[in-house]
Every structure is written in structure tokens, then in C-alpha cells.
Write a protein that binds this ligand. Structure first.
Ligand SMILES: C[S@@+](CC[C@H](N)C(=O)[O-])C[C@H]1O[C@@H](n2cnc3c(N)ncnc32)[C@H](O)[C@@H]1O
Length: 353
């Protein structure tokens, strides 16, 4: 088994926490709600429920809440309206990396929840549930995180060495190829594990940032934002605050898939049919000013990346790094407002018999 690296969102409920900086990801869950209902109404095919049978739901990459609770409620509401007279008991498994703040997740579980809850630590690129034990798997805003950075991009003897950058988006073909290959391997692992865990007729519902065909990776908002963190790190290297070699040995394990890469992965795996694949309506932000856009993006990026930046560069650089990042965002990124709308793909897969 290949080990996955772990880089959870910032825990707790402080200023920089994921819990306080994940409105954007919640909006992706909100816009997916109708499609989830439709996929469950038309696609879920797991037979009848009687008093002895419960329905297993897993949310992969659940983080700390509250978004995961909204997603789970949406799924349960859809199942209830499908089965009306024969409502099963629900067993919900919240999965994330072992270092995720599961304490916060458990202490914030809704008091009026309609399900039994359990935490399942471990990488979703591995087999983390018993065979044929899940009826619905959901994952939102998580699948763009790779199991790790491709080794060659931090190896200065490799043609894919990604010097001075922390994403593949503005890099040469070798670097892009290395990230693509990592994503391909990861998607194969992800679907292989789900094919074992999901019962025939069960669903895998995925919502993730995606790259509309034809868009160069450097124009994808999430890549642009992480690219600016890289540029901010290089500024700190220029001032001697971090070593340049430290920047060269650091990359974000993130890849934003094209639709055809998703389709190819499903086809290679062969165990699922596609119930629905749709581009979600854009997650639009209603900001009163450019400053508030910048605040939102800085908060979102910091809560998502501190967990990976801190172990490599240390905690002391964080405030200055995100100050520089904020300035770059305000100057380079936000003025072209339409680029802050990251697009998401909705994919519902049914486990074949
Ligand atoms: C941006 S958060 C999304 C959280 C939540 N699903 C939402 O929509 O708000 C991404 C989550 O995926 C988790 N994650 C990333 N890679 C993972 C992996 N290989 N296995 C389990 N969780 C993973 C991260 O730890 C993080 O909590």
C-alpha cells in the first residue's frame, strides 16, 4: 500500500480555522443539493429497507464541520423522500486524515441529527471501509488534493524539477505531466477502493473543483491563488526569511482535473456507471468591495494550506507570508473579478452489479 501524506485543514474554531473560513465550500454543497436529490431519486438502487437494514453514508474529506453536516442532511432528506414509507436508519461515517480535528467535528455534531455517527480516520485513497458496507459515498471539495506531491518535482536532478514554484500551473510540460500522472494513479486508487466498499446499486457522489476544457491550468482560480502563495514564498526567500531550497522542495499536492480525465478514470475502473455528470452553477460570491473578496480568499487559502506549510517552513513565517499573499491578491488577482469564480464538477456514479 502506498502511503498518503496528510495535510488537514486548520482545526479549532479560531480566526484562521476551516470552520470559520469555509463559506465558499459550503456554497458548492448548496448548489449541488438539487443534483444530489435527483441522483438519489433516479440512481440509488439498493433494494427495500426493513427494520433490520440501515443505510450507510460516508462523507470523505469531511474536515471539521459544519459543511459536512449540511451535505449529510441533504443526502438524508433525499433518501427519505425516495423511500417515503420505509425510511431506514442512517449510519454516517465521517472520514478524513488521522490528523483532522475530529474532536471539533464530534463536539459540533448537530443535536437533532437523524443518524448514528462515526469517525473513520485514514486516506480516502486507501480502502477505509469494509467491503460492500456503504450505500452512498459523498465527497465535496476534497478530490483535488492528491495523495502526495510527485517525487520528481522536488528532485533537482529531474527534468520535472519545479524550481521556484509550488504548483504545476505555470510550469513546463514535464512538471504538468508529473502532476497529471499522480492524479491518474490517485483516481485509480480512489475508484478501486470505492468499488470494493460500495454495494451494487449504491452511489458515489463527488463535487470537486474542475478545469473547464481548454483552460490553461494557470487560469484556474485555485491554481492562481496557490501560485500567488508560491510567489509570496519566493519573496520571503528573496528577503532571506526562508531558504530558496526550502521553496524548491515544497509543492502543493493539488491537481484540478479536466472532465475527460474524470471520464477516463471511470472507464479504466469499469465498476461504475455514470448517473450524472454536470458542471455546477458557478459559486458566486456577493462581496461589497474588493477588500472583502481579498479577505475571503486569504481566509480560505490560509485555513486550507497552513496545515501543509507549517510543517515545512515553520509557524513563524505564516503571518508575514499571508500578508504578502494578501497584497499580491489585491494587486494581481482580484481586480479581474471573474476569475475568482472556481467552477465545480458534479459526478454521481452507480456501483454496477
Ligand atoms: C477543502 S476541505 C473540504 C471539507 C468539506 N468536505 C467541505 O466541503 O467543506 C478538504 C478536506 O479533504 C481532506 N482530505 C484531503 N485529502 C484526503 C485524503 N487523501 N483522505 C481523507 N481526507 C482527505 C482534507 O483533510 C480536508 O479536510
Amino acid at each position: 500500500m502506498e502511503l498518503s501524506e496528510a495535510y488537514p485543514m486548520t482545526g479549532g474554531d479560531g480566526l484562521h480555522s476551516y470552520a470559520k473560513n469555509s463559506d465558499f465550500q459550503r456554497k458548492a454543497i448548496d448548489v449541488a443539493k438539487q443534483l444530489i436529490s435527483k441522483a438519489i431519486a433516479q440512481g440509488l438502487d439498493v433494494g427495500d429497507f426493513n427494520s433490520t437494514k440501515s443505510l450507510g453514508i460516508a462523507d470523505l474529506g469531511c474536515s471539521v464541520g459544519p459543511n459536512t453536516f449540511t451535505a449529510v442532511d441533504n443526502i438524508i432528506e433525499a433518501v427519505k423522500s425516495k423511500y417515503e414509507s420505509q425510511i431506514p436508519e442512517f449510519h454516517v461515517f465521517f472520514n478524513d486524515h488521522v490528523s483532522n480535528d475530529f474532536n471539533l467535528l464530534f463536539t459540533s455534531l448537530p443535536q437533532d441529527k437523524q443518524y448514528y455517527a462515526a469517525g473513520v480516520p485514514g486516506s480516502f485513497y486507501d480502502h477505509v471501509f469494509p467491503d460492500a458496507s456503504l450505500h452512498i459515498v459523498h465527497s465535496s471539495s476534497s478530490l483535488h488534493w492528491l495523495s502526495g506531491v510527485p517525487k520528481e518535482v522536488t528532485n533537482n536532478n529531474s527534468p520535472a524539477f519545479n524550481k521556484g514554484r509550488i504548483t504545476y500551473a505555470n510550469s513546463g510540460d514535464e512538471v504538468i505531466r508529473a502532476f497529471k500522472a499522480q492524479n491518474r494513479k490517485d483516481m485509480d486508487r480512489f475508484l478501486h477502493a470505492r468499488a470494493l466498499e460500495v454495494v451494487p446499486g449504491g452511489l458515489v457522489i463527488l463535487v470537486f473543483p474542475y478545469n473547464p476544457d481548454g483552460t490553461h491550468p494557470s487560469r484556474i482560480p485555485i491554481n492562481m491563488s496557490f501560485g500567488l502563495i508560491g510567489s509570496a514564498l519566493m519573496d520571503l526567500a528573496g528577503k532571506g526569511i526562508v531558504g530558496e531550497d526550502k521553496v524548491d522542495s515544497f509543492n502543493m499536492p493539488v491537481y484540478v482535473m479536466h472532465r475527460h480525465e474524470v471520464e477516463a478514470a471511470v472507464e479504466r475502473n469499469g465498476c461504475f456507471s455514470v448517473v450524472s455528470m454536470e458542471i455546477l452553477p458557478k459559486v458566486r460570491e456577493n462581496f461589497s468591495s474588493n477588500d472583502s473578496v481579498v479577505d475571503e480568499i486569504v481566509g480560505r487559502a490560509r485555513s486550507a494550506t497552513e496545515g501543509i506549510i507549517k510543517p515545512h517552513f515553520g509557524e513563524d513565517i505564516l503571518d508575514e507570508l499571508f500578508d504578502v499573499f494578501r497584497k499580491k491578491l489585491a494587486e494581481d488577482f482580484v481586480p479581474s473579478a471573474k476569475t475568482v469564480d472556481q467552477e465545480h464538477l458534479f459526478l454521481a456514479l452507480k456501483r454496477k452489479p
